[in-house]
Design a protein. Structure first.
Length: 535
């Protein structure tokens, strides 16, 4: 479609100009308020905006200058964009090429995937670097080819290699380099703000490492607790990873809307308790929340969640009513304007798709269940027992409503990006999400408390995460909870998600009960078809 991007710009501008001309020049304004005319005008405006964005997208996204790039040894200087820890103390992530060899000069300025491995014969830790640093890597430079397997081993490893290559190409990463740690040199210090974020991360890591029970800090539960707060999945054991993946609950370890939402709720509760003026609360809390997000790696999903919360919280104190779904759309538009390529990333699709399903499906389902309960029982029972039963209902109904909406919305996207989905997430997520929220609150309390008090919050949080880990591992060992199903086309995955969201809202007024059954049934039917096709 790149060849037609210029035509898309022309058609987009023409559609908007036609809509404005018809609205203000030929037809009276009152006529435009009628439903058919209003639908036509809005449709023309949206079509024009879409076509202009198509041009903008291809204008911002570079071509692959070397489509048949053969692997070869090379020395490349890169500016690190993000860093993740892998198995055996490895490092990997994306970077931008600062300096390339003479045979690949067109590569400069483009994104590249790097993998830095530790020498197995060496006892020294791997080289440690941070975002914004300039790194010189001497290793094997290669192209990205989704059609070819990376391994000569079993069929599963070949398919895994193709899936990873496809993942990179969809992010418009056309090259990758692999090297050992001793063949890398750090050429510059991180920028000031990244140095501050690194210092904040070290403080958080230290705060999460004190426990009241002797020896607990070396347990798998303690490492899982630290992984959940810091978003560092490398601290999980292989058994824990498999358990959380099979139960569809690995998202509780990603710094995303769950963590940012509960962290902001904790800070709001703390400031309310200490009677901080409501109008200055977001301006005092949001900078701290931003530091937490950046210190934990600044994952795009976390940045998107932070943007949405910042919009809603700031608008609430400025007396500007903003619905959550509107804030979600605004945050998505801002992300795409900054970097259009994120549209094809799994994190972008999953985070916005799941958030939309919570607002469109999960919250209305909870409200419907609450009204059904209130119609049969006294809405507000007096006494401790009444308050306790209301809290239990809110916990179960709220967790179930949000989790089932998120699970069915995530199924087609998970099948497309990862070639499987887990129906067990509908059962596990209500409890794990609630537990993770409590853990995040305890972790943030520990950041603000001195060590002799933080050790007790850490101990309680580690026990909760340990129970979650045991439940996930038990479920994974008890039965095969993953279902292999792939939606090879991104269009089919997004169409399935759109169908779920559209059906959730279609019967909002006249048949509210139908939306809660028809939408997940349609999503389940699509996944069933995908399963039988792959079988």
């Amino acid at each position: 479609m790149r060849a037609y991007s210029g035509a898309a710009l022309s058609l987009g501008i023409a559609a908007i100009l036609v809509e404005l001309t018809l609205r203000f020049a030929f037809f009276p304004f009152k006529f435009a308020q009628k439903t058919p005319a209003k639908v036509a005008y809005v449709s023309a405006r949206l079509a024009g905006a879409f076509l202009i964005f198509v041009f903008y997208f291809y204008f911002r996204v570079p071509r692959n200058p070397y489509e048949n790039f053969a692997p070869r040894d090379a020395v490349v200087r890169v500016c690190i964009a993000d860093v993740s820890r892998g198995a055996n103390d490895s490092r990997h992530g994306t970077a931008s090429v600062v300096s390339a060899p003479d045979f690949a000069r067109k590569m400069e300025g483009m994104k590249i995937w790097y993998s830095v491995f530790k020498d197995r014969k060496s006892d020294k830790p791997n080289i440690d670097f941070a975002p914004s640093q300039i790194l010189e890597i001497s290793g094997t430079l290669a192209g990205v080819f989704p059609q070819e397997p990376l391994s000569r081993g079993h069929a599963s490893s070949k398919e895994s290699g193709r899936a990873f290559e496809k993942y990179l190409s969809e992010r418009f990463v056309y090259f990758k380099i692999t090297a050992r740690g001793e063949n890398c040199k750090i050429l510059s210090a991180p920028s000031g703000r990244f140095g501050f974020y690194d210092a904040a991360l070290k403080y958080m890591d230290k705060s999460l490492s004190v426990f009241a029970v002797k020896g607990q800090g070396e347990s798998d539960a303690a490492r899982a607790y630290q992984a959940m707060i810091l978003g560092d999945k490398s601290r999980l054991s292989a058994e824990q990873k498999e358990g959380f993946i099979d139960t569809g609950t690995m998202h509780v370890f990603a710094i995303s809307g769950l963590h940012v939402g509960f962290a902001s709720a904790f800070m709001y509760a703390a400031m309310t308790l200490f009677r901080v003026n409501r109008r200055i609360q977001p301006f005092a809390a949001l900078p701290l929340l931003y530091v937490y997000v950046c210190a934990c790696g600044g994952a795009p999903s976390a940045m998107r969640a932070f943007s949405m919360i910042a919009i809603i919280w700031s608008a609430s104190v400025l007396s500007r009513g903003v619905r959550p779904i509107h804030a979600l759309v605004l945050a998505a538009a801002g992300s795409l304007l900054i970097s259009p390529t994120v549209l094809f990333e799994a994190g972008f699709s999953l985070s916005y798709g799941i958030a939309a399903s919570i607002f469109v499906y999960g919250v209305p389902l909870y409200e419907s269940l609450r009204r059904a309960r209130d119609s049969r029982f006294v809405p507000e029972s007096r006494g401790f027992l009444g308050r306790f039963s209301s809290a239990v209902f809110a916990y179960l109904a709220g967790g179930f409503s949000i989790s089932i909406g998120a699970a069915f919305a995530a199924m087609p996207l998970t099948a497309h990006y990862f070639s499987y989905f887990s129906p067990a997430s509908v059962i596990y997520s209500p409890f794990f999400v609630t537990g993770a929220g409590l853990v995040v609150g305890l972790g943030f309390a520990g950041f603000a408390l001195p060590s002799f008090l933080a050790q007790f919050t850490n101990t309680a949080a580690a026990w909760i995460v340990g129970a979650m880990s045991d439940a996930a591992v038990f479920g994974a060992n008890f039965a095969d909870l993953k279902i292999a199903a792939q939606l090879p086309s991104a269009f089919s995955a997004f169409a399935a998600l759109f169908a779920f969201l559209a059906l959730s809202a279609a019967f909002e007024r006249n048949k509210p009960a139908v939306r809660f059954v028809l939408a997940p049934a349609a999503s389940a039917a699509i996944m069933g078809v995908a399963f039988f096709i792959n079988a």
